[in-house]
Write a protein that binds this ligand. Structure first.
Ligand code: COA
Ligand code: AMP
Length: 634
């Protein structure tokens, strides 16, 4: 069957389609119902089915005689380490780590927070939780203590699994001070913290609470996989919303395993035994799905890379790793390729490596800008596949189905909807728009398996954020259009979420942090185009009457506050003091006009009819010029 028939079948008969896909996995007990609705009216996939995702990812392959195949390669230029684990070795490590968690009182349904750099123990920790039916919540290592504290309070984990440090290029980032500070700030107290001790940083274990990973794992008896319901949460992954409080996206094991397994073949064209390298981080959804769960469920070999695209040690890092491990497919964010292109525009490093193994390159996380696409396609002479997805969906909504039927690429489009996604473009009143017209991208319910069933402990926010705006649809908060051939073009977020170097961040959260400065009366943070990182946050601040602080001192304070409260990845560097923010007469800040002013001159930016003072827009334009912001960047 070709792509269009498969997609149509998945929309016409979702239950039949996904039932067939579910049959390809090794269930402990098959589902009673493929698709159902729970007592809250939320759609659920594979109710009554019992399985264990760690079993599917490990034991099933060992039992099938593939135990000696490499499951993961670990490659860490920042620590000068390389290692490999076969499926059998990884299963045994995971079983022992699960035994350690069980000894610490972790059982089915309990939460475990994982705050780790890109080391094998991060993968082992996730699979160990899955083995017990415990729910992991991985927190990206680039988040500061406060972000960790917020997640600990929301998830209430029995245990935190962490490491003594992360390594950024050549800079060691000790984690213990961050973890201790998070625990000091959180109201909820986990009973234990387990540290993977790395030689680059020591830890000082607090007796009774803190444990040494190696020691605890060695003492533990291996744990067998526990049969869990397909509808039980496998993990919670927090992601930025429009407010300071992150959203806990819940992922259920059954639907996720079925959907990921389908994508490995249909989208990524990968088969058991082949090598997949996703250069991301286990702290992001891309890392959960395509470093850990999908490649292992599919019986592929996954590369766990602790390094950067550049300066570890050079802009040839990607080509080295692809050639060294024989990656058939490679997946990263466009920003990573922009970093490579900036340092090595002629791709001279490529001359030193044989990357003939590589068949397809996939990118996601932010818009693939045409210059980067062209550079990549020219340099690599291979298909470069843009695909669109969100933490909420866990797998691509729109992609090019390379394993079914590679479709012609259209520049600027992420190509076509994947199985089960019925995408419509709606205007603000919910009316469907014709082909070619830009509006809100919405997905007709039910969402396919693997997408979020709700938010952790917050059904009301789930309804409000995703379901209430357009009845019968999931609101993606992305804008875009669909052309006559069904190709989907993503134009970017329509809310206050921004994408900085492929990292999803909330400008609302940054505004809350800035608002806590004693001199700040009010502020607006907007995402402004950046050549390398896609977007960068910039703050416009109105001072309190009588505040005695200069521009430079304020900027320094605010940059530090954002780093301390959210993390260095938020990358706020520029702040401008203004007398007044542009607002509507009802007091809503006109962020869109500010964003447009960063791209176009004041003459070209229409003054909204609802504005209370057109002079405030002039002042923003002047501030941008004075501070070298956006189009005035020096
Ligand atoms: N732990 C601690 N700090 C981290 C971190 C982590 N895991 N990740 C990033 N940071 C820090 C960086 O060290 C940097 O700190 P600095 O301001 O003190 O220098 C800051 O956060 C900003 O990081 P980043 O935005 O990554 O910029 P960079 O200049 O260090 O690197 C790139 C630029 C393009 C190389 C890098 O952003 C990259 O590889 N991006 C790909 C992102 C990605 O894979 N996203 C996943 C979606 S698929
Ligand atoms: P995250 O939840 O971190 O994966 O971020 C999801 C957001 O990233 C989406 O809502 C989009 O705004 C953006 N995004 C992801 N992939 C793409 C893509 N291929 N093209 C454009 N934007 C993308």
């Amino acid at each position: 069957m070709g792509y269009r028939e498969i997609h149509q079948e998945s929309i016409r008969d979702p239950e039949g389609f996904w039932h067939k896909q579910a049959g390809r996995l090794d269930w402990f007990e098959p589902p009673e119902e493929v698709l159902s609705r729970d007592d809250r009216g939320f759609y659920r996939w594979f109710r009554g089915g019992k399985l264990n995702v760690s079993y599917l990812a490990l034991d099933a392959h060992v039992n099938a005689g593939r135990g000696e195949q490499t499951a993961i390669f670990y490659d860490s230029p920042v620590s000068g380490t390389k290692s490999a684990y076969t499926y059998r070795e990884l299963r045994d490590e995971v079983a022992r780590a699960a035994g350690m968690l069980r000894d610490l009182g972790v059982a089915h349904g309990d939460r475990v927070v994982i705050y780790m750099p890109m080391i094998p123990e991060a993968v082992i920790a996730m699979l160990a939780c899955a083995r017990l039916g415990a729910i992991h919540s991985v927190v990206f290592g680039g988040f500061a203590a406060n972000e960790l504290a917020v997640r600990i309070d929301d998830a209430q984990p029995k245990v935190v699994l962490t490491a003594s440090c992360g390594i950024e290029f050549d800079r060691v980032i000790p984690y213990q001070p961050l973890v201790n500070e998070a625990l000091r700030r959180s109201e909820y107290n986990p009973s234990h913290v387990v540290y993977v001790r790395r030689p680059q940083a020591e830890v000082d274990l607090e007796p009774g609470r803190d444990l040494d990973w190696q020691h605890a794992v060695t003492e533990a008896e291996p744990a067998d996989p526990v049969a869990v319901d397909a509808t039980d949460p496998l993990y919670i992954l927090y992601t930025s919303g429009t407010t300071g409080k992150p959203k806990g996206v819940v992922r259920e094991g059954g639907g996720y395993a079925v959907a990921l397994n389908w994508t490995m073949e249909a989208v990524y064209d990968l088969h058991p035994g082949e090598v997949f390298w996703t250069a991301s981080d286990v702290g992001w959804v891309v890392g959960h799905s395509y470093i850990v769960y999908a490649p292992l469920i599919r019986g592929c070999t996954s590369v766990v890379y602790e390094g950067k695209p550049v300066r570890t040690p050079d802009a040839g890092a990607f080509w080295r790793v692809i050639s060294e491990y024989g990656a058939k497919a490679f997946f990263t964010a466009p920003t990573a390729f922009r970093a490579v292109k900036k340092e090595d525009p002629e791709a001279r490093h490529l001359e030193h490596y044989d990357i003939s193994c590589l068949e397809n390159v996939f990118v996601a996380g932010e818009r693939l800008d045409p210059p980067t696409y062209e550079w990549l396609a020219d340099t690599l002479q291979r298909p470069v596949i843009d695909h669109w997805w969100q933490t909420e969906t866990g797998w691509p909504i729109v992609a090019n189905p390379m394993g079914i039927e590679p479709m012609p690429v259209k520049s600027g489009s992420a190509t076509l909807p994947m199985a089960g996604y019925d995408i419509r473009v709606l205007d603000d009143s919910g009316r469907e728009l014709p082909a070619g017209e830009q509006g809100n991208l919405a997905i007709k319910l039910p969402l396919p398996p693997g997408c979020l069933p709700t938010l952790w402990n917050d059904d009301a926010r789930f309804r409000k954020s995703y379901l209430d705006r357009f009845t019968g649809f999931y609101d993606t908060s992305d804008g875009g259009y669909i052309d006559e051939d069904g190709y989907v073009f993503i134009m970017g977020r329509v809310d206050d979420v921004i994408n900085v170097a492929g990292h999803r961040l909330s400008t609302g959260e940054m505004e809350e942090v800035i608002g806590n400065h004693s001199s700040v009366a009010e502020c607006a943070v907007v995402g402004i185009h950046d050549e390398l990182k896609g977007e960068l946050p910039v703050g416009f601040v109105v001072l309190k009457d009588g505040a005695d602080i200069g521009q430079e001192a304020l900027e320094q304070d605010l940059v530090k506050m954002i780093r301390d409260e959210i993390g260095a990845i938020a990358a706020l560097r520029q702040v401008a003091i203004v007398q007044k923010l542009p607002k509507t007469r009802s007091g809503k800040i006109l962020r869109k006009s500010i964003r447009t002013l960063a791209k176009e001159s004041r003459d070209e930016v229409p003054t909204p009819s609802t504005i209370d003072d057109p002079g405030s827009l002039d002042e923003i334009a002047e501030a941008m010029q004075a501070h070298g912001i956006g189009r005035y960047a020096r």
